[in-house]
Design a protein around this ligand. Structure first.
Ligand SMILES: Cc1cc2nc3c(=O)[nH]c(=O)nc-3n(C[C@H](O)[C@H](O)[C@H](O)COP(=O)(O)OP(=O)(O)OC[C@H]3O[C@@H](n4cnc5c(N)ncnc54)[C@H](O)[C@@H]3O)c2cc1C
Length: 262
């Protein structure tokens, strides 16, 4: 199978760099083809702006969604963006790897999403009617592919537990897992998280590396997160609210969008 690993750490000799090498080696040992987009090493341009749309007339007001849709349709996206889109289409599974910075992904990776996820490619796709609300949340260009986050945090596991001060890690990662990965169709695997990463010694590293190798071995067989699919009856259209009879009565927020079981 084909695996794309998008790597967002500025230092190749970092813990993240070492874990990336572990993941790539294990995937290759399993017979998979692996491509790595090392965003800092590539000098990835992180901000979406006017220079992304060289065809846009100088006097035209920039609307990023409209311009990206037009550029996608007319094959005039910049080469760096097209190359990443091609890698995504090539991949059977996509891994986003990053250290948690200010409770989310580093800006360079967010910028990769902003620029690579063109209108017409990952959003603004499909029929909008009283039965469907576009191809998204379980449908879309990446349907049939898997995706997974590999994340390190400075904080402890307890800090990210249900009652931890940072908030539960699954809640913090929800906008990425559900909003960035599930939205355009990926089946999303539970994230691999290494906590207390700033204080890892050699023995600690071996433990994390073993855990990561095991996850790489089951990348294509592990159960994915059972997010509710948008166009399969669970949501009212067009309000996009979960039907009142669904979900635990006391569930709130993100938890409502995960089925207790498939
Ligand atoms: C801007 C910023 C914002 C942050 N925000 C948050 C936040 O919101 N929440 C949070 O929890 N944390 C936060 N952090 C902390 C951050 O998540 C951690 O610093 C990061 O996850 C550690 O990963 P690293 O790859 O950078 O580790 P490194 O600093 O490269 O390494 C960590 C430790 O691993 C050791 N190590 C052991 N074996 C190896 C090996 N084989 N190769 C390399 N190193 C090894 C290193 O010696 C070092 O002690 C933030 C940090 C920054 C810079």
């Amino acid at each position: 199978m084909n695996v794309l690993l998008v790597f967002a750490h500025p230092e190749p000799r970092s813990l993240n760099g070492a874990l990336r090498d572990v993941a790539v080696a294990e995937l290759q040992a399993q017979g998979h083809q692996v491509k790595v987009s090392d965003l800092y090493a590539m000098g990835w341009k992180p901000a979406a702006d006017r220079t992304d749309f060289p065809q846009l007339p100088a006097e035209a007001r920039l609307n990023v969604a409209t311009a990206s849709g037009e550029a996608f349709k007319t094959h005039t996206l910049t080469d760096d963006v097209r190359a990443e889109q091609d890698k995504l289409l090539w991949a059977d599974a996509v891994i986003l790897q990053f250290p948690l910075w200010w409770f989310t992904m580093p800006a360079i990776l967010k910028g990769w999403v902003d620029r690579v996820y063109s209108y017409g490619f990952t959003y603004g796709v499909g029929e909008h009617s009283d039965k469907r609300w576009g191809n998204r949340y379980g449908e879309g260009v990446f349907a049939g592919k898997r995706a997974m986050l590999v994340v390190t945090t400075g904080g402890w596991e307890e800090h990210y537990s249900e009652r931890g001060i940072n908030g539960p890690i699954d809640d913090l990662l929800f906008p990425i897992n559900h909003g960035i990965l599930f939205y355009p169709g990926f089946d999303v695997l539970p994230a691999f998280v290494a906590h207390k990463a700033s204080r890892v010694d050699e023995a600690g590293f071996e433990g994390i590396a073993d855990r990561l190798r095991a996850r790489m071995r089951t990348l294509f067989t592990d159960q994915t997160i059972p997010y509710r699919r948008q166009n399969h009856g669970d949501y009212l259209i067009p309000s996009m609210q979960l039907r009142p009879e669904l979900g635990d009565a006391d569930a709130r927020g993100f938890a409502l969008h995960v089925e207790a079981s498939r």
